[in-house]
Design a protein around this ligand. Structure first.
Ligand code: HEM
Length: 509
């Protein structure tokens, strides 16, 4: 750390320590008058101190935070020997926490804001203006409406038709790259659910949009995070991509309003609710960021692990065939798979598919290197007796719980049959927990089940490595998800990249 930064760091620390000891005195006076459970909070507060800073960290040595985040965060715990530690991203104080009570705090404390932290760590997506709380509340409300039974049921045949078209295109191929094809499909179904019919019906536009969203994600660099106002090449690329997406959505709104033709889609729902343009664009643009990649990547890993584990693949196939038998009696076996699957009602997808549910759960445990990020917008708080000052960031890596061998024995092994950790509070947070749960999980799970069902019934598939597509990857040899690669978890070694070796089944699409 340069002397200048070191100086700033120390002044900030000293100021916080002073605050740490000064404020509890006032607190104790109040507590003396109104003695209650609050008093324990003040007692903790008095004892609390800043988490130890990782030793010898210079500006340059925080670079792994950007390109090997999983290793960097683990290294911090080892280097300090503590359950919580801190480091500075320039003038921003970041505390990394672990353990059960820290997890509960992250998912429950009111002042800890997810969106603001996400915006910071993802390099602040350039938007027209910042969404205020009213806009965010409207977005939440519309997303809830979109996931009501009737709307989700309407989406099932539309999703299946999109999936059919993609999978039909792969029919002549012996291998596909899941992170290319399945992720594109997840992107497409997300646009279908969250945007406008005209956008989702136009495959060339889907391909273009996906590339723009990739540009948005991939142009998150140390420069865009640390100096968001500096016009670095990455930031220019990001702004350009955001502007293109913005234009596509604006055009869709103009066309809909200009034509006067109504469609049964999300854009219509937003227009009918008389939401302003900013909210509509924010809804579509933002939720595609929140949901599309997560859905595509989760579907890819589900199929990777099912491809490498024939037993679980067979269980999943049996489950879907049972659903078809029980709910699709009007359709014959000669009917296209997409038609037959569309007759299975939403309720059955949600409550009669325990194998698919357990595979989703296991994949969001093992192949989702998420880090819960929060900006403390409220007063200073204590997490495990460590002070999280107002205006600072706090991170909780999901690996702390999802890869803990005490909670999940042999944590890197894919085993959807493993018992749920019912005795550990928030022992599974694949879709968040407590006060911070995924607002799109009902939609996401439906998309995942439909994509996986169509593929494993429409294709026989196994896993091969890019380096040798002739040799199947046998049970248990599926390369580990790479937690340092936050977008896809793709293995670091390109030769470990997995392709699907596939063959169409006799079932017509
Ligand atoms: C497999 C797919 C998905 C996974 C694994 C997933 C996972 C998560 C997780 C773990 C969180 C909590 C993050 C935290 O507390 O730090 C979250 C929040 C959120 N997710 Fe998802 N998600 C998925 C799909 C979606 C989709 C499709 C949408 C939108 C349509 C969506 C919208 C959101 C939103 C808006 C939040 C923030 C909720 C809040 O403000 O508290 N997600 N998601």
């Amino acid at each position: 750390m340069s002397p200048f930064l070191m100086g700033v760091h120390q002044v900030a620390d000293v100021a916080l320590v002073v605050r740490n000891f000064a404020l509890p005195l006032g607190g104790l006076l109040i507590a003396a008058v109104a003695f209650s459970s609050v008093s324990s909070r003040y007692r903790n507060y008095k004892l609390g101190s800043l988490a130890n800073a990782v030793p010898g960290l210079s500006f340059l040595s925080i670079m792994p935070f950007f390109h090997s985040r999983f290793d960097f965060l683990n290294w911090g715990f080892h280097a300090t020997g503590q359950q919580a530690y801190s480091f500075n991203l320039l003038w921003n104080k970041v505390t990394v926490v672990s353990g059960e009570s820290a997890r509960e705090a992250i998912f429950t404390f009111r002042g800890l804001n997810l969106l603001e932290a996400f915006k910071f760590v993802s390099g602040s997506l350039p938007v027209v203006r910042d969404a205020d709380h009213t806009v965010l509340a409207t977005v939440q409300k519309r997303l809830t409406a979109l996931q009501r039974n009737a709307s989700l049921s309407d989406l099932i045949p539309q999703f299946l038709e999109d999936i059919r078209q993609h999978m039909d295109r792969w029919s002549s191929r012996d291998t596909i790259d899941p992170f290319d094809e399945i992720c594109e499909l997840g992107f497409h179904t997300s646009v279908r659910a969250l945007a406008a019919k005209g956008m989702a019906d136009d495959y060339a536009l889907i391909q273009r949009l996906r590339k723009l969203y990739d540009d948005l994600d991939e142009s998150t660099t140390p420069a865009t995070v640390l100096f968001p106002l500096f016009p670095s090449p990455a930031m220019i690329k990001k702004v350009w991509a955001a502007k293109q997406v913005y234009d596509v959505i604006t055009k869709a709104i103009d066309e809909r309003e200009g034509s006067g033709i109504r469609h049964n889609d999300t854009l219509q729902m937003l227009l009918d609710a008389k939401d302003d343009r900013f909210t509509i664009i924010g809804f579509i643009m933002g939720l595609i960021i929140a949901g599309a990649r997560a859905t595509g990547v989760t579907a890819s890993w589900m199929l990777i692990y099912l491809g490498g584990n024939p037993e679980w693949r067979a269980k999943a196939v049996t489950e879907i065939e049972t659903l078809l038998r029980n709910h699709s009696s009007s359709a014959s076996e000669q009917d296209p798979l997409s038609t037959r699957l569309s007759t299975i009602p939403l309720e059955a997808w949600e409550s009669e598919a325990p194998v698919l549910d357990s595979v989703i759960r296991e994949i969001t445990r093992i192949a989702q290197p998420h880090i819960a990020m929060r900006l403390n917008e409220g007063p200073d708080v204590l997490i495990d007796n460590k002070l999280i000052p107002h205006g600072s960031y706090v991170l909780y890596p999901f690996s702390d719980v999802h890869l803990d061998p005490e909670i999940y024995s042999d944590p890197w092994t894919f085993n959807p049959g493993r018992p749920e950790p019912t005795s550990t509070p928030l022992g599974y947070v694949g879709f968040g927990g407590a006060r911070s749960v995924c607002a799109g999980q009902r939609l996401a799970k439906l998309e995942l089940k439909l994509i996986v069902s169509m593929y494993i019934l429409g294709y026989d598939h196994g896993i091969v490595k890019r380096s040798d597509t002739s040799k199947p990857v046998t049970h248990g040899a599926v390369p580990r998800p790479n937690w340092n690669e936050p977008l896809t978890c793709r293995p670091a070694d390109k030769s470990d990249d997995m392709f699907f070796a596939q063959k169409r089944t006799a079932r017509p699409f």
